[in-house]
Design a binder for this molecule. Sequence first.
Ligand code: 5AD
Ligand code: SF4
Length: 469
Amino acid sequence: MNPEVQALCREIRPYLSARPHYVYVRTFGCQQNVADGEKMLGMAVEMGYVPCDDPDRADLILVNTCAVREHAERRVLSVIGSFRRLRETRPGLIIGVTGCMTARTARVEQLRRSYPYVTFTLAPGRLAEMPRCILHALRRIAGEQRGSRRSFCLPDDAASVEEGLPVLRAERHRAWVPVMYGCDNFCSYCIVPYVRGRERSRDSAEIVSEVRGLVSAGVKEITLLGQNVNSYRGSCTFPELLEQLAALPGDFLLHFMTSHPKDASPALIRVMAEHPTRVSSHLHLPLQSGSDRILAAMNRRYTLERYRGIVRDLRAAIPDASLTTDIIVGFPGETEEDYERTLDALREFRFDLVYAFVYSPREGTVAASLPDAVPEEEKKRRINRLLEMQATISAECAQRHVGKTLRVLVDSPARVGDGDVYAARTSQNKLVHFHSPVDLTGRYVTLRIDRADAFALYGTPVDEPPARD
Ligand code: 5AD
Ligand code: SF4
């Protein structure tokens, strides 16, 4: 562990020793944030806090924020607002805000002024500062030092890669492993390069050793994370990294996301094809728009034809590959004609799943100052029609799994049905529901797929469920 973090955590422990102190972490947004949230929890436990899932009981509340769309920011602010009453009744409560919203001076200023009960903010890439912020607050709460308990930790332009932070993972059978941080692509609509900073890759030796450790601890599926994994530049390229990881001994599967079409290489597809049992044959390849004019305005740096080439190569190498994408509708200047091109692209590529978003202007991005905003009503109409059309395509694509026998990793009891329904994921990350009288969470199970709809597959175990440990 990072020795400085460890020393600070030790200094905090005596402040928490009189009674159990609880920590509650609420994470919004992407998987990168989920991975950060697991580090925050890991550090809090190292300090002596006990995790809980009820903010009303917590002594330390950490809100891990997302700024990618306005809707996400509004939800975050309403959750932070709901903690006001907790601070009123519990003066010793510490509330920390982390994640993408805290990277911008204007937002931090807003939190400082309008949410005076927020104890500290911590920009992405500065998680290692968390123990220092908490110790600072605890000393002032204990009356050992005078002055404000609050601290605001803005982005560090020289941000490097943070290694050696403790992690407390939510699941024992799956793990997120960031391979790089930040983004240099500056897609014109996107806030990420401004809040997560410049691209930094982790050293491949660190990643290999983390994955080796996870596999020997019994983790079965590992998702490698980055805003654009294909621009990974550790001591090797991303396909080379995948190859090194695929060569490790053990029974495990690698997933990865996200891939940018401008950098998706034949080498990546080759590694996927050569390691079918080690590397998931699922590619998440955000298209964003089917119109070359809009793709150029988005600064995506590929054309529909280039995208088509990647899909062709993928399906030639792995006919059964799963392909998913992100789409934005209502980008400034998007005409009905451009929108129709996007619908055409969805019909052509037949994605297994589409994550569609209404364009949300983000202050400071190039697109935020473009003319010809699409009216909100029109954006809604476009997304609804797109989702409706895609639901039919997704349902049709899912039929190809019906009748197959698939090995799936069981995640948890499903939040549907009558109690004995479990949610699992196929090697292509497709959701499957099945009935089981015993809890098989964290186990591989073989299912025969009986039917499928746009959202999930439905299967029946074909073997006796394996005995529990
Ligand atoms: N408005 C709408 N969607 C956005 N995304 C990123 N920025 C915005 C924005 N300003 C979407 C993109 C990206 C996904 C993670 O979020 O589709 O791929
Ligand atoms: Fe945003 Fe584009 Fe970077 Fe993705 S690749 S995080 S959409 S700027």
